[in-house]
Design a protein around this ligand. Structure first.
Ligand SMILES: Cc1cc2nc3c(=O)[nH]c(=O)nc-3n(C[C@H](O)[C@H](O)[C@H](O)COP(=O)(O)OP(=O)(O)OC[C@H]3O[C@@H](n4cnc5c(N)ncnc54)[C@H](O)[C@@H]3O)c2cc1C
Length: 252
């Protein structure tokens, strides 16, 4: 399919294009679905990094729209990986609900990267939700010895069953039901984080929730708590309100 102007812009920025083929899919909960793919040669070319994401092209009313999804369980030797979809309204969710073996999607890899914090954090503070759960898991995997506190925003009862790959010996999960557009999550983090920052220089904060909440919390951590820029990583993962002609989700 032609990608319209978004595709043109990404091409100019030297995005790499691949076609992924579905090999299987399973419902993890009633609002979260995992889809398995062969990678069309991507992983051998690009390698894998924590929180790695791809721009996938989905069709909506005949028009192409790109959406960002995180690569999990990547196996470069086998040329396979999975994507995990938090399900709601939207063309990506619609596609994932119906995905079955043999289905294909086009993807562009451009913009994804990860700079490992150095020195290794003494404590990792994570703020996320079901959309960033796949990335959170790759982050925790990448820092197996680092203790972590994770504020995890939930919307559905079944979000309690989502597979955060935590080790209770080192990781503490604080589940916060989503209310008032993320206000409860903001309150929880701003009231609890300062008391947990024993070692400011060693802390590393990673934030990925809706764009408004992410912006608020990133600003709080950088300006009010005065954590250095290279110890804070924040990216809005989804827009709480979207007009019908918007596409994307990657550029918060
Ligand atoms: C770097 C990056 C990595 C990402 N990785 C993943 C991933 O691995 N898994 C994943 O599920 N998402 C991930 N996302 C988020 C995903 O790209 C967005 O949620 C995207 O908007 C979904 O597209 P859609 O077509 O389903 O819905 P859209 O057409 O974008 O939106 C339709 C409606 O659903 C609402 N909506 C969109 N996303 C959400 C959400 N997450 N929760 C609640 N309501 C929502 C919108 O406000 C809108 O009202 C990632 C985003 C980024 C930037």
């Amino acid at each position: 399919m032609g990608h319209g102007w978004e595709g043109v812009v990404l091409k100019l920025l030297r995005g790499k294009d691949f076609e992924f083929t579905v090999t299987g899919a399973e419902d993890v909960t009633d609002h979260f679905r995992r889809v398995h793919f062969t990678d069309g040669g991507m992983l051998a070319q690009t390698g894998v990094h924590p929180t790695m994401w791809v721009r996938i092209w989905f069709s909506n009313a005949g028009k192409p729209h790109q959406r960002a999804y995180t690569v999990v369980d990547a196996d470069p030797a086998a040329g396979s990986f999975s994507l995990e979809f938090a399900l709601h309204d939207g063309c990506a969710s619609e596609w994932a609900r119906k995905a079955q073996p043999g289905d294909t999607v086009e993807a562009t890899l451009q913009g994804s990267g990860f700079t490992a914090p150095a020195p290794e954090p003494s404590h990792l503070f994570v703020v996320g939700d079901p959309a960033s759960l796949p990335a959170i898991n790759t982050l925790l995997d990448a820092m197996p010895r680092v203790p972590a506190t994770i504020w995890f925003e939930t919307t559905h009862d079944s979000d309690a069953d989502l597979p955060l790959r935590v080790d209770p010996a080192r990781h503490e999960v604080r589940r916060i039901p989503r209310r008032d557009g993320g206000a409860d999550l903001v309150n929880a983090v701003t009231s609890q984080l300062p008391g947990l920052l024993d070692d400011r220089a060693g802390a590393y904060v990673w934030i990925a929730c809706d764009t408004t909440t992410t912006r608020t919390l990133a600003s709080y951590v950088r300006k009010e708590l005065e954590l250095p820029k290279d110890r804070v990583d924040a990216l809005g993962y989804w827009r709480p309100v979207r007009s019908p002609d918007r596409s994307g989700g990657q550029d918060a």
